[in-house]
Ligand binder design. Structure first.
Ligand code: ASP
Ligand code: MG
Length: 421
């Protein structure tokens, strides 16, 4: 039995013809049975499709945008394939199918449903191009529809994974293929019990790689990115940021929860549970070692800075000036649950509770009556939450010097949070 291993290539690594060639080169020297390659939609295709779906749903014309997207894919193909290759028909057929789906009474099942049935064409097409291109170059491989593997519930745009069913499907449909060929499949998508397409949330392809790795008992996952590995700060903001050679699962998970964008936040937990190492490698310099995330208990404590933008600070001041207690927290948590807020920081003083949350898709116009009766509520939008793990005294001082307003500060022995403008 071959031991599977999973590679994931994001949109930036398949954004044009030279990028596809680069991916093929990376794969060539690592080509063996057991390899599962998870691929995202080319470049900004998903963003463009989101726009097209909005228009389709609103009943306005999207023909121009759709034609542009088709041309973009055809041009990639024109640079990779001979003119009489079957890929051109495949791409045309995919676009005809997409157009049909976008035009078919889109309102009947709701917007999220329409979104899932159509947004996935980006991945369906990019994986076809890659698979055909690899085969054309003597790297024989199989195209696998990820919806036959990843089972989710019917929560459209944010499908919840059914791990047991997914594992059964992977063992049944994927494992036998991997004995004989590498497999190319799509990130981001799955299907529900009715067979309808679902998706895992934006940037969800990393998560797909982790789901497949766990389901197959893979040896490792490698995520190929345009950076050299995981750095201890955003290099655009911190020019002296250093790369980690290795990073513990726990620390990496925390970084993603604090807002680091290198890896999708849901990716690490399932891998950590199975102790499957995750390599973050550069597709620009594939020979460099990158960063490996694994079980490293005695790792050095290097400071890590992560900045989360689009934060909302909500203060709840108790109206009757009674001391904050269980009842007050209960009311606030109820609201957080109702509105599906992601809470990043909670702090309380005698009569006030502070909550820092991610900007939700929609902020309620009106808070529930009970909440308004209990608290004076005030919210401030457009803030940033700076988190420094393994901080020292210098970090706080630096931030106090560079920002005019620090609204909240919180420190545990290992972590410093500062809410700034
Ligand atoms: N193509 C999807 C997106 O851009 C999924 C992914 O790239 O991970 O969100
Ligand atoms: Mg993408």
């Amino acid at each position: 039995m071959v031991q599977p291993f999973v590679f994931k290539f994001g949109g930036a690594s398949v954004k044009d013809a030279p990028s596809f060639q680069n991916v093929a080169n990376i794969l060539k020297s690592r080509w063996k049975n057991g390899l599962v390659v998870v691929v995202s939609a080319s470049g900004d295709t998903t963003d463009h499709l989101e726009l097209i779906i909005e228009k389709a749903y609103a009943g306005t014309s999207f023909d121009g945008e759709l034609a542009e997207l088709e041309t973009y894919h055809r041009e990639i193909c024109a640079a990779l394939f001979p003119a009489d290759h079957g890929i051109f028909t495949q791409v045309s057929n995919s676009f005809s199918q997409l157009k049909r789906k976008l035009g078919s009474d889109p309102k009947s099942e709701g917007k999220a449903f329409l979104y899932d049935q159509t947004i996935v064409f980006g991945e369906l097409i990019s994986t076809r191009i890659l698979q055909e291109y690899l085969c054309l170059n003597g790297l024989f491989c199989v195209w696998q529809d990820a919806r036959e593997l990843i089972a989710t519930d019917s929560t459209h745009k944010m499908g919840k994974v059914d791990w047991v069913l997914t594992m059964q499907r992977c063992r049944k449909y994927l494992s036998p293929k991997l004995e004989n060929y590498p497999v190319i499949t799509q990130g981001f998508m799955g299907s529900d019990w009715l067979g309808h397409t679902t998706t895992l949330g934006r940037e969800g392809s990393d998560f797909t790689a982790a789901i497949l790795a766990v389901s197959l008992g893979a040896k490792s996952v490698s995520i190929w990115k345009d950076v050299a590995g995981i750095l201890n700060g955003d290099p655009d903001l911190f020019p002296d940021a250093v790369k980690f050679d290795h990073l513990d699962f726990e620390e990496a998970a925390e970084m993603t929860y604090f807002g680091a964008k290198v890896i999708h936040p849901k990716t690490i937990k399932p891998l950590a549970k199975q102790k499957i190492p995750l390599y973050v490698k550069s597709f620009v310099n594939p020979e460099l070692p990158g960063t490996v995330i694994g079980s490293f208990e005695d790792h050095p404590k290097i400071p890590i800075t992560v900045i989360k933008t689009k934060q909302i600070w909500i203060t709840f001041r108790v109206r009757d000036l009674s001391k904050v207690g269980g009842f007050h927290y209960e009311e606030i948590f109820k609201a957080a649950k109702t509105f599906n807020w992601t809470v990043n920081l909670l702090q309380s003083s005698a009569v006030t509770v502070h909550l820092v949350i991610d900007q939700p898709e929609q902020m309620p116009n009106q808070f529930p009556k009970q909440l308004l009766e209990t608290f004076h509520i005030h919210k401030t939008e457009g803030l940033q939450l700076v988190t420094v793990k393994n901080y020292d005294e210098s970090h706080e001082a630096t931030y106090r010097k560079t920002t005019e307003e620090v609204f909240l500060t919180e420190k545990s022995p290992s972590t410093l949070h500062m809410l700034v403008r």
